[in-house]
Design a protein around this ligand. Structure first.
Ligand SMILES: *[C@@H]1O[C@H](CO)[C@@H](O)[C@H](O)[C@H]1NC(C)=O
Ligand SMILES: *[C@@H]1O[C@H](CO)[C@@H](O)[C@H](O)[C@H]1NC(C)=O
Ligand SMILES: *[C@@H]1O[C@H](CO)[C@@H](O)[C@H](O)[C@H]1NC(C)=O
Ligand SMILES: *[C@@H]1O[C@H](CO)[C@@H](O)[C@H](O)[C@H]1NC(C)=O
Ligand SMILES: *[C@@H]1O[C@H](CO)[C@@H](O)[C@H](O)[C@H]1NC(C)=O
Ligand SMILES: *[C@@H]1O[C@H](CO)[C@@H](O)[C@H](O)[C@H]1NC(C)=O
Ligand SMILES: *[C@@H]1O[C@H](CO)[C@@H](O)[C@H](O)[C@H]1NC(C)=O
Ligand SMILES: *[C@@H]1O[C@H](CO)[C@@H](O)[C@H](O)[C@H]1NC(C)=O
Ligand SMILES: *[C@@H]1O[C@H](CO)[C@@H](O)[C@H](O)[C@H]1NC(C)=O
Length: 510
């Protein structure tokens, strides 16, 4: 760490001047207490096998260590959603000895209509004893017995104490699949037939499985959001108090290449604009059903058929992931599940060597220890957006308030700069941060790469650390020493944040 005084930097700096005033107590529109489970995971049905098991069938410590690196920071439980479109059209075969067929590979990661699982699939969960699972049940198949077969076998093998929720149906607003039509599969659903089917499948499961007291089903999981949350509640989706969480899916863009990174993902207006579309549903729940959390249960940066790593697996996409989560928390999203599918561009890591690509950590993983540290492990953290005067649209600041008092500030500088694609030197913003009176010094940790927005994970660090396959997903500290301690002078510190970089300021006492 390098000790510097804020004053010195402010005299030297010619960069754009921005000021942030950190209120001592949490602002009145801060979020509720953030659930330490908030940074959840999700695996497309068959892909889970490679994420949890090495090729020789041994336990995948690499995945375990990466998951721990996120949840050791919040003290939360890893909530892992298993499912996706392949599960919705999948079959449970009690005699199948392989966990899932076909195996998830580069061009075969989602075999809609042909995915089958056996009891060994649920057995995989036993090697991750500190996680809980959200089990998606097939509802695209017009046969409640199929969903019941999944729920019963999951309950028996995983144990109900490690199942967070059952989720009938995935992206039900996309039914029907053009290849898989009624009467074997569902047709198009409206609010009424969705509620009719959801409650019917849930009742079938409740008859067959001893559910714990209280609501146990995750509802909606929509993609196009043509179903209307208040209308479905009016139609009785929760008549029997069965809805535990309301969930919707989120992808920022479709497609995208390296040249679209600035406008596609590194774009706060687009992030906030798209998240704001969910606010009517979030606000409705907060008002009418305050005990039902709102979850983004399947998230990825882009539905990019070409899996373009120069767009989807860069420092720029990791900054998208930070801003997406922090803004989402401020508007009342309770939790997220980041989707992983073998070889998708938005993945956080590739768990095994596959299709000629070595196992590795992708850039997007780095967003997770960042947001986990920002929220911390108190269980009493509220998050609020802070006004950054003079910042323009793309430099965004958030405060984390613990027990009502400011403890951390995050600044995300989404302005694009790349060592490969940009002409000219890298700019920065010089931010004068007015801190509460009790704060004597500030520790600044960075999510950064000398390559800027287009950098991949190999040159990225967070807090000076890297996570690699060589380290089997364990934190390698002091790869770079870019953490600074700034002493408060006249009630403020000045911190420079490079274009395409994010920082966390820990507000320590004197
Ligand atoms: C920020 O920009 C100013 C003005 O160009 C420059 O003097 C300063 O060295 C830059 N800071 C960093 C950390 O690059
Ligand atoms: C992998 O994890 C297992 C189970 O936690 C443990 O017994 C084993 O020592 C670990 N292996 C490595 C190489 O870390
Ligand atoms: C995370 O916590 C678990 C349980 O306390 C511990 O076994 C593991 O070593 C920790 N992992 C990391 C990466 O710190
Ligand atoms: C599913 O398997 C059938 C029979 O092997 C095949 O005809 C069909 O193309 C497969 N569907 C997909 C989506 O791969
Ligand atoms: C419905 O699913 C059950 C369980 O998989 C199966 O035994 C039954 O044959 C299916 N019924 C139809 C009509 O496909
Ligand atoms: C659900 O209800 C809303 C509100 O009435 C309506 O706008 C929407 O079109 C309905 N969805 C479908 C799929 O019919
Ligand atoms: C379930 O959805 C189908 C369309 O796929 C519809 O015909 C049926 O009426 C719905 N069932 C209920 C109970 O609403
Ligand atoms: C909370 O208030 C701040 C400052 O007025 C504003 O910038 C922000 O958008 C508000 N947040 C929400 C979620 O309404
Ligand atoms: C960073 O600091 C640590 C501890 O002082 C030192 O061991 C390490 O070599 C330094 N790393 C670099 C890249 O300078």
């Amino acid at each position: 760490m390098v000790i510097q005084t804020g004053l010195l930097l402010s005299f030297l700096s010619l960069s754009r001047a921005i000021s942030i005033s950190v209120p001592g107590p949490a602002p009145s529109n801060a979020s509720k207490y953030v659930d330490p489970d908030f940074p959840g995971l999700a695996f497309e049905q068959a892909s889970l096998v490679e994420y949890f098991q090495n090729r020789d069938g041994s336990f995948n410590n690499f995945s375990q260590n990466l998951i721990d690196a996120i949840f050791n920071r919040t003290g939360g439980t890893p909530l892992i959603r298993l499912g996706g479109t392949s599960a919705d059209y999948g079959h449970y075969l009690p005699d199948q000895t392989t966990p899932a067929l076909p195996r998830a590979e580069a061009d075969n990661y989602q075999d809609i209509g042909n995915t089958t699982i056996g009891p060994a699939y649920w057995e995989l969960t036993k090697s991750f004893p500190n996680a809980k699972f959200i089990i998606q049940l097939p509802m695209a198949i017009s046969n409640v017995s199929e969903a019941v077969a999944w729920a019963k076998s999951a309950a028996e093998i995983i144990g109900m104490d490690r199942i967070q929720a059952f989720e009938p149906g995935n992206e039900v607003d996309m039914y029907p699949d053009p290849q898989l039509m009624p009467p074997i599969y569902q047709g198009r659903l409206n609010n009424e037939t969705y509620v009719g089917n959801f409650t019917k499948y849930a009742a079938g499961v409740a008859d067959a499985v001893q559910l714990p007291d209280g609501p146990f089903f995750q509802a909606f999981d929509t993609a196009l959001h043509t179903l209307h949350v208040p209308t479905c509640f009016d139609l009785g989706i929760n008549r029997n108090n069965i809805v535990k969480t309301v969930a919707q899916h989120y992808y920022q863009t479709n497609g995208g290449g390296a040249s679209d990174l600035a406008t596609g993902l590194m774009n706060h207006k687009a992030i906030a604009g798209q998240l704001d579309l969910f606010r009517p549903a979030i606000d409705y729940l907060a008002k009418e059903h305050p005990d039902i959390p709102y979850v983004m249960s399947e998230v990825g940066n882009s539905l990019n058929a070409k899996h373009d790593y120069d767009y989807q697996a860069t420092l720029g996409s990791a900054l998208w992931q930070v801003d997406f989560q922090l803004y989402g928390l401020t508007i009342g999203v309770a939790k997220f599940n980041f989707q992983q599918i073998m070889h998708s561009g938005f993945d956080l890591w590739l768990p095994v060597d596959s299709a000629g690509i070595p196992a590795q950590v992708f850039s997007n993983f780095y967003a997770q220890p960042f947001v986990a540290d920002f929220v911390g492990s108190s269980g009493m953290t509220q998050v609020a957006q802070l006004t950054a005067t003079g910042a323009g649209d793309n430099v965004v600041a958030y405060g984390a308030f613990v027990n009502g008092q400011a403890e951390r500030v995050a600044v995300v500088n989404l302005n694009y700069w790349s060592s490969v694609f940009s002409d000219g030197p890298r700019s920065n913003v010089s931010i004068s941060v007015n801190v509460p009176e009790s704060v004597g010094s500030v520790v600044v940790g960075r999510l950064a790469s000398p390559g800027g927005a287009s950098a991949h994970a190999d040159t990225m660090t967070y807090g000076g650390s890297q996570w690699t396959y060589d380290s089997l997903g364990q934190e390698v500290k002091n790869v770079v020493n870019d953490t600074q301690v700034l002493l408060v002078q006249d009630g403020a510190v000045v911190v420079e944040v490079l274009d395409s970089e994010a920082v966390i300021l820990q507000l320590n006492g004197p």
